[in-house]
Design a protein around this ligand. Structure first.
Ligand code: ZN
Length: 235
């Protein structure tokens, strides 16, 4: 594949195999060091978020809690955050209450998931979303909620932080990439909040992303990290 050197003051065309994607390399003309990617992004505003849900199926289950924090210029902006419970149509099982700490009582006066998602979409604005295991889980809940309620929607770019972990630790079978694996490998201090409450998981993930992006020397636009898209309500 052929790409243009991402250094704005260099017009070199570079060619390399697809297997270079996600790996650090240097332009042979200008020496600029970068992570090989088919696209280069300039936006530096991200949103790290996490959902708690009534179960694992994006089509049958609903989210019951969302927490998010802005991430800009390589750092978490703790004061710029979003949090809400959401009131699902189905009963929250005792298993889910045990796992997340979220009870039916907690969500009794909350807005419906699709209403919360509209608020979240306005707050997130044009930021790119980051969630841990987002490709397989969180992004699917966002998209399914928009479709089920036929919300006018827009496509948003998303990063699954598991891909950042794989860039750092490799994707050899048996290498775990859960938030708990990251926490112990990166020696992150425990969150003061409850784990598996979206706020606690976002706090931990924010610090994990900061640390991984600094170890990988990623730029502030996370260039070189795979992206996917999901839907968010528009307006
Ligand atoms: Zn160059």
């Amino acid at each position: 594949m052929k790409i243009s050197c991402p250094n704005p003051s260099c017009d070199q065309t570079l060619s390399g195999p697809k297997s270079l994607m996600g790996h650090r390399t240097a332009c042979h003309a200008c020496g600029h060091s970068f992570i090989w990617s088919d696209r280069f992004h300039t936006g530096e505003s991200f949103v790290i978020y996490d959902l708690e849900t009534t179960g694992l199926s994006p089509d049958a289950d609903e989210f019951i809690q969302i927490a998010a924090v802005r991430f800009q210029a390589g750092c978490v902006c703790p004061e710029d955050n979003f949090f809400s419970f959401a009131r699902p149509r189905q009963h929250i099982s005792s298993f889910i209450t045990g796992f997340t700490g979220i009870s039916n009582e907690d969500v009794r006066h909350a807005l419906r998931p699709e209403e919360v998602l509209c608020q979240f979409g306005r707050w997130a604005g044009a930021s790119t979303l980051i969630a841990h295991n987002g490709l397989r889980f969180d992004s699917k809940f966002l998209t399914a909620t928009c479709k089920r309620h036929q919300l006018p929607a827009r496509e948003v770019e998303c990063i699954d932080s598991i891909h950042i972990s794989k860039m750092l630790y490799g994707s050899t079978r048996g290498t775990g990439h859960s938030l708990d694996h990251l926490k112990s490998r990166l020696r992150l201090r425990d969150t003061a909040l409850r784990r598996h409450d979206a706020r606690g998981d976002v706090d931990l993930l924010g610090r994990a992303v900061e640390e991984m992006s600094s170890r990988l020397e990623l730029d502030n636009a996370f260039n070189g990290v795979r992206r996917h898209t999901s839907l968010l309500p528009d307006g």
